[in-house]
Design a protein around this ligand. Structure first.
Ligand SMILES: O=C(O)CCC(=O)C(=O)O
Ligand SMILES: [Fe+2]
Length: 266
């Protein structure tokens, strides 16, 4: 979701045909157990052998743990193709699908990904609006936000990344554009991934060079995992996924992966 990708596809809701046969499940139908019994935790389970933990990542390796919900969401993701072709980006070797604006997100969510959206909605307390005149250094930490309980912003932009082959499941190192707001959430589905973070790398570093870097942090992103980036990890670390550490997940009969990235954009 760097700047080049962010707005590749921005359709109006009218270009999404209604599906009369789609089974709509109520957004409130999900039990609170999968969320409530797994309170969010700071990313203390980042690989402990690797340096310090970035202070403002929130991470849950099994945020969505109910197998029925995972199956339903997988189906929702796969059937997105029926509604609107994904945009394949050959240079990144992934396909993306971007839904922007509150109205469009709600519309598409109701029709196409109600189960997934209910989880995204449940994360509203962790999202907040960008203060236009604040420099990025003044952004509150997620821990402070949690205490304050002031924000309740449902992400209004969702990007779906589809990696169809495990050997092409990399994502170059980047910092997501400032314009996308202070908090970025990512849910992972399907094949496992390992996300690398690197603080302030030399600007000419490639993702391959990161593996030589002692300060690399790795976050394991299995099926149903969540990570939210804010503050330092959002603005000072680059993140990406290295092809060579991707492996086919033996627990799944596919090696595809979807990452669902969401944020609040003014
Ligand atoms: O696929 C992923 O997990 C990461 C994607 C990402 O960082 C992005 O789209 O900005
Ligand atoms: Fe990103």
């Amino acid at each position: 979701m760097n700047q080049t990708l962010g707005k590749i596809f921005s359709s109006t809701s009218s270009s999404f045909p209604k599906l009369s046969k789609l089974q709509l499940s109520s957004l409130s139908a999900l039990s609170s157990s999968s969320y409530g019994s797994h309170p969010m935790q700071a990313a203390s389970i980042l690989n402990p052998s690797l340096h310090e933990v970035p202070p403002t990542a929130f991470y849950h390796p099994s945020f969505i743990s109910d197998p029925n919900h995972l199956n339903t969401i997988w189906h929702e993701l796969k059937t997105l193709y029926q509604h609107q072709p994904f945009i394949a980006n050959p240079s990144l070797k992934r396909s993306i699908f971007n839904v922007h604006s509150e109205a469009q997100v709600k519309h598409c969510a109701e029709l196409y990904f109600p189960t997934l959206y209910s989880y995204i909605q449940s994360l509203a307390p962790y999202f907040y609006k960008r203060t236009r005149d604040a420099s990025f250094r003044t952004v509150m930490s997620l821990q402070d936000l949690e205490k304050a309980k002031t924000p309740n912003i449902i992400p209004n932009t969702i990007q779906f990344n589809h990696y169809q082959h495990v050997e092409k499941s990399g994502c170059p190192l980047h910092i997501d554009s400032r314009g996308l707001g202070p908090t970025i959430g990512m849910l992972s589905f399907g094949n496992d991934a390992t996300m690398s973070f690197l603080l302030d790398p030399p600007s000419n570093y490639t993702i391959e060079q990161v593996q030589e870097c002692p300060d690399e942090l790795r976050v394991y992103l299995p099926n149903g995992s969540l990570i939210i980036l804010a503050d330092d990890i959002r603005y000072k670390y680059v993140h990406g996924i290295r092809n060579e550490i991707q492996k086919r997940n033996p627990n799944l009969d596919h090696a595809e992966r979807f990452s669902v990235v969401f944020w609040y954009q003014d």
